[in-house]
Structure formats: C-alpha cells, structure tokens
Design a protein. Sequence first.
Lengths: 348, 348
Amino acid sequence: MEEVLDIEKSFIIDGLQYVNWTPELLREAIRGGVNAIHVTIAYWENTQEALVNIETWSQRFLEWGELVVPVRVAADILAAQQAGKIGIILGFQNSSPIEDDLRKVEMMHERGVRIMQLSYNNQSLQATGCYEKSDSGITRYGREVIKEMNRVGMVIDMSHSAEESTVQAIEFSQRPIAITHANPSSFHEALRNKSDRVLRALSESGGMLGASLYPFHLHNGSDCSLEDFCNMIYETANLMGIDQIGIGSDLCLNWDYRTLEWMRSGKWAMTPDFGEGSASDRDWPKQPDWFSSNLDFRNVIVGLLQAGFNQTEVDKIMGENWLNFFEHAFRPQSDLDIASSAMSESCG
Amino acid sequence: MEEVLDIEKSFIIDGLQYVNWTPELLREAIRGGVNAIHVTIAYWENTQEALVNIETWSQRFLEWGELVVPVRVAADILAAQQAGKIGIILGFQNSSPIEDDLRKVEMMHERGVRIMQLSYNNQSLQATGCYEKSDSGITRYGREVIKEMNRVGMVIDMSHSAEESTVQAIEFSQRPIAITHANPSSFHEALRNKSDRVLRALSESGGMLGASLYPFHLHNGSDCSLEDFCNMIYETANLMGIDQIGIGSDLCLNWDYRTLEWMRSGKWAMTPDFGEGSASDRDWPKQPDWFSSNLDFRNVIVGLLQAGFNQTEVDKIMGENWLNFFEHAFRPQSDLDIASSAMSESCG
C-alpha cells in the first residue's frame, strides 16, 4: 500500500501526545505528515510550574520556529500546514494549573492553553478521576470552571475522569467537550476507557473522541493488531457518527521511567503508584510495532481504508474532524454569539 | 450565679475561633478565663499564603508575648495557664495549604500547625465538603494525607466535610479525629451539623465534638436560648459520652463583610455564594446575647450546671476533654509508639 499512499497529501491532527520534544522528533513528525499536535504540558503542575512549562514552549516557538507554530485558533493549523510546520496546541491533562482560582482559566487561555482535563486519574477540585473508587460528579467549583471554560473557549477534556463526572460535564457544558485520548471499554476493559453510555452522550452533544494508541488502552496491549484497532474505530464511528471521532494517539516518546512515575504519583503519594502498570511491570509499555513513532500514521491510514472507510471518511478521522471541532471550540463564546447574530441578521 | 462562679478557677479551651485578633481582644479572652484557642489561619489559602499567615502569628508571639504562647504540645496549654496567657493552636479550616503535595503535611506540622480540616464546604483533593450535592468519600490522595497526619500528629478535623467522607475519615484514620465546631443535626438541621450516625462513629473511635455557638448551627439561630444550647450538650453527652465533647464556639469577631465573602466564595466563584446566609441576609449573623465575646464562657458554665451536669463534668466539657485529646493528638505517632513500648516493657 505504501506506493499508493502519499502521506504529504494527508491532513493529520493528533488529539494528544506526550513527547520530550527535540528538533529531530519534530522533523520526524513533519516527515510523518502530522500537521498539528495537542501537546501535554501539565499533569500535576500548579500555576507557577505550568507557567514555566508554557514559557518553555514560548522559547521553542522562537528557537525552533522553522518547525513549530503555536495554535491559538484553528486557522493556525492550516497556516502551519501551508508552511510545512507543526501546529502546537497547548493542553493540561489536569486542572491543577488553575488551582482553586477561577480567574486562572482566562489567564491560561490568554497564555495559549486551549485544552484542559478536569481531573487526572484522581479526584480534583472539579471532577472525579477514573481511578477513584467513588465518583461524586462535577463539584460546585467544577461547574464554575466549566462555565468559564465555555466562555473563554477552552476545551473541556474528560479523558482521565470518572464516568459520572464525564456525563455531568457533557450535560452541564454549553459547548461540546472532548475525550482527547481513550477507547471504548467494549474494545478493552480499562479504567481509562469509556462506556457506550459516555460515548453516546459525547457524540449526541457534538463532542469528539480521540482513539488512543497507548498499549494499556488496547485490546491485547502492545500486541494489538492494526486490524483490531481500525475495526474498533469502525465500530465506534457506527456508534458515535463519522464526524465525532479522531485520533488521540497518546504517543509517549523520549521519557525515562522517572517521568512515568511523576505522571502516576505526582506529589500525592510517597510510595509509587503503578497506575495502569504494576510493580513487576512498571515501565513505559512497548508501542505496537505498527505505531511506534510519528512516522507511523501512514499505517493507520492504510488500516482504516482496509477496515472499510472510504478516503473521505479517513480524512475526517485523521484530522478534519478535530479541525472542525477546534474551529468552534477555541473561540470565545462572545465571538460565536457575534457570528450567530450576524448570521441571523443576514438571514432576516 | 455570678457570685459563686470564679472564672479564674475555670479551665477553658475553645476548639475553634475565627477572630481578627488585637491585644485588646486577647486581654478580653484572658479576662474571660480562656486558656487556649484553636485559631483559624486558612480557609482557601494555598501553601504560600498559609505560610504568610503562620508568619503573622510568629510575629505576634514576639510582639504580644505577654498575652499569647504557641501550642505545639498539650503541655504548652498548661504552661500558658500558669503564665496567665492564652495558648494558641494554629489550624487550617481546609486542606488547600498543603495543595497536592503530601510532604507539606510534615512541613506545616513543623511550622506549628496542629489541626487541619480535609475539606471546607466544597470538594477538596482529599474529601467532599458538606455543601456539595454528592459525596465520594475519602479520595486516593486523602488516604495518603490521613496516614501522614496520623504519623506527624496533626488532628484531622471534619467540621465542614460531608457525611460519607467524615465516616470514612473516622474509619480510615488510625487515630481519633475531631469535629472541632458543629452541633447535632437533631438540634438544628443544617448542612454543617452532624447526624447521630456521625457522632456515634466519632465517639466510638475516641474522637471529639466541639459544640458550636455560631448562630447558623443553633436552634432558633441568634435567638437560641442558653438553656436550649446547654440541654443540647447534655443530650449529646448522653449520645457520645461525657469525655468526647467540648466547646468549639466558632466565635467570629472583628471582621468586615468582605472577610465573610472570602470565607464563602474564596477564589472559586466570581459571583458571591452566600453560604449559610442568603442574598437578603448576607452579613455576619448576630451572636446570641449570652455569648457575644470571650467574656461569656461564664454564662455557658452556669448554663451547663443548670442543665444537670456536675462541676467535674462541666470542667471536662469546658477544657479538660480537649486537653486530654490534644495530649495524644499533637504528638507524632513515633512518640506514642515509644511510650507504649516502654509501658509494655515495664509491665513485662
């Protein structure tokens, strides 16, 4: 198939990666046809620590300007594509960076952050995480944060949140939300994967699921076949609709074990929590052979075509759906209101 | 009765006050016979803000040294009594000062903090607050924090926490916990007051309840009679045992409305939350006539005697129970283990 697939003509947005970026890894992503990536810059970081991580990217946008551009609105992704660069969408995998201060939502949006999870595995001030025993749903502060994220144009991401919290976030949010990186529980039972109830509620509200390639989210883990993965996407598209699904590879590259320990245990435990791993198998999981770097999206494209999608559908899954979603999601509500009011005036 | 009551011979510990302290107010408390007070130095403060508040007290211990001494162990209260000063127990009404960093429990203990609530009205990282709709109990991080508070000798206070979280904290903690300021729901139905289920579990584990004199926790509010209040204590002593109850007056003095707004809304809401009040009645509630300052503990003593307690029992309620509780609770677990091991050796 590689002969017939011209990766340079593809349009690819990845709904989440966690990579210790170098210019080499960015060049690899460009060669792999990737146009935009939602990059993780916080797991447990507080405000000050998250701001430092944002500044790290500010510096990269200067130093590595021939490779990356910041994405503040969806059009920046198209501009990146034109320039042969990668659009970088800054995101938090937890709400720790806004601490208990509602006004920091706007501050982080102004600093370029476009996606934030309301909780990461554990209970947060806003929502329950998927590793907790009990789920109290969206908290009093959580409702305020959702309203504020809706107002400024920051995507609510519930990838690592518990089920009831996720359903309540979908219901309470006035704008569609995302689960940037997770798979259906029906494909692989895991605390991180999502029930059909959640996926239906998500799609009915216009939200997006990014299919994950992280081995702990896959049927047969690292040995998951490309065929099984693409068939899962096919079935999920049947459940959610072809416009509500994308890729959120959760590709993790170039980190040592200590980083994984930080992701899992943060500052909240003194003895390591092994998360999806175990004491005897604690390290980063091995990626499936057919998806081990940003060069491998071509395999996914081929697999999706073989699973029964046509080219138009594959284009949607690989990038166009995320682009359309971000086109609305990254804009302040006031912009959308003006657009909608202008629309109704011109219709009237 | 005032003729027969020599307040200078009483021993009084207040389980919680929130006062904008001045030397005059401290002198008033000394005249009122108060020997120690658990003072609130955080509601929503983060680590840095809480440390500033601790430094404020460090400065006061220097400047107002003839009036106050810090309480690090229970014996400091007796030393304060000898010196005619007030022992000050530093406490947080929320877990916000330790943020998401387990090691800050020890740091705050080293800085003198002896009591910390796991949540204040809202969901925290450790436990649900009493104003939330749903209660998920003690979180993963919460269990780590309880273990650490047990280890260093910091009292777990669940005054503003929700019921299931409170019961779980009692069960999970290896050491007795406290509800420093609240009343039974049977006396006055309020989100802040506690069910018989909670009070029974608390007393069975050796924990303490501090009876509150804050009007929102009282039958008939500001018009609550001294008789009703003292009869409530009598009934609660029947339920919990005479050794498990003290006073936690929740006396709030010398603050303006903005401070109350801070207590209620912190940084988590942009429009005011009126808490136990309402938009039309938002201000500080008026204290009952018979308890409006630290001079009025004599009224409570008289009331308790009239309610049917004997002098020994009144002494326990007014201060001795708190003293006995703090004698163990403020010491690191390792100290208690050594004492217990020495005891068993001398017995063997």
